[in-house]
Write a protein that binds this ligand. Structure first.
Ligand SMILES: O=P(O)(O)OC[C@H]1O[C@H](OP(=O)(O)OP(=O)(O)O)[C@H](O)[C@@H]1O
Ligand code: HPA
Ligand SMILES: [Mg+2]
Length: 178
């Protein structure tokens, strides 16, 4: 285990199995349709790359960069769009792909933004969900695992831009950020 982690919460094997199941569920739900998968940079990139290979209907990729945490473990409360998609999503079936739903502020903002662009449907897919962090009523349509109310890193999730390349998911030691 990485020396800065307090605990591993999901191993590489558990992640792989769950991602495959999510891909199968999405494949069933979108039978006969084409998906526009929008990955939210940077955190979602690892999950995005794994998930789209488990989806067996046609998938177009796009990316949006949003940031609300900066170098903190608490949300700033303001979602900044740093890069927009370049696909016209009008009448398209969009799945927004995220690493984690915590306060829910990022996804609430993005979902409303996408609906204004007249997508045929907008669903939310997140590898992790932290129910105790929630500050809005947003809910994921496809969720990998629930995590405890701790600061999580690995599998794309960072603290101050570090730890994204850890291939499993763990709890960061409090002494690292307090
Ligand atoms: O539900 P919320 O409280 O809004 O938190 C979730 C969002 O916060 C993190 O992104 P961050 O802003 O840290 O940017 P990053 O993806 O580049 O790390 C994470 O990747 C989600 O996008
Ligand atoms: O627990 C978390 N870890 C990393 N990034 C995050 N963004 C929201 N919550 C988290
Ligand atoms: Mg993010």
């Amino acid at each position: 285990m990485h020396k800065d982690l307090e605990k591993v919460v999901f191993t590489e094997e558990q992640i792989k199995k769950r991602v495959k199941e999510l891909g199968e569920e999405i494949t069933r739900d979108y039978d006969g349709k084409e998906i526009v998968a929008v990955g939210i940079l940077k955190g979602a990139i690892v999950f995005f790359a794994d998930l789209i290979r488990e989806i067996k209907v046609p998938v177009k990729f796009d990316f949006m960069a949003a940031s609300s945490y900066g170098s903190s473990t608490k949300t700033s409360g303001t979602v900044r769009i740093l890069k927009d998609i370049d696909t016209d999503i009008e009448n398209k079936h969009v799945i927004i792909i995220e690493d984690i739903i915590d306060s829910g502020l990022t996804l609430k903002y993005l979902k409303e933004n996408f609906e204004h662009r007249k997508a045929a449907s907008v669903k939310l897919c997140a590898m992790l969900n932290k129910p105790e962090g929630r500050r809005t009523d947003i809910k994921g349509d496809y969720v990998g695992f629930d995590v405890p109310d701790e600061f999580i890193v690995g599998y794309g999730l960072d603290y101050a831009s570090v730890y994204r390349n850890i291939p499993y998911i763990g709890i960061l030691k409090k002494e690292i950020y307090s």
